[in-house]
Design a protein around this ligand. Sequence first.
Ligand code: HEC
Length: 128
Amino acid sequence: MHIRTFVYGATALLIAAAGSASAQTVTYTDAQAQRGNDAFKSSCAKCHGTNATGGEGPPLVGEKFKTDFGGKAAKALYEKMSNAMPYDEPGTLPKETYVLIMAHILKLNGVPASPMPLVIDPPGTIPK
Ligand code: HEC
């Protein structure tokens, strides 16, 4: 009886931990966002604008960004960028560069910086 209670209790804890991990907000460091700013200017700004407010490509800030990515898995944004961008040369940047650029985009959208870096397979969600 005792052992059963323990096993159920441990399982419930594990489920609770997994749930909070997927609900957590995506993280990036300020240093990543700063380096991402430079990479964005060289590879993305010609279509999305220097401040990512749009041009030939859609804005990556504000309402459009919130509608398309707010409340969704951070991984969805990473995959969109790394599979489909730059639009004229999809997937040509090093994975680490996509990570840095994504940190920059998160910063532009008001997601707070953290001590925890953004990674290639990012956990967490983008806040609404
Ligand atoms: C040659 C022009 C061009 C370049 C360069 C470019 N993009 Fe795009 N981007 C587009 C166009 C056009 C779309 C809309 C079509 C689509 O979503 O595939 C788009 C869409 C996007 C989206 C989806 C926006 C949304 O709300 O759905 C993201 C994110 C994005 N680009 C990021 C980037 C990043 C990061 C870079 C630099 C690595 C980049 N783009 C470079 C033209 C470009």
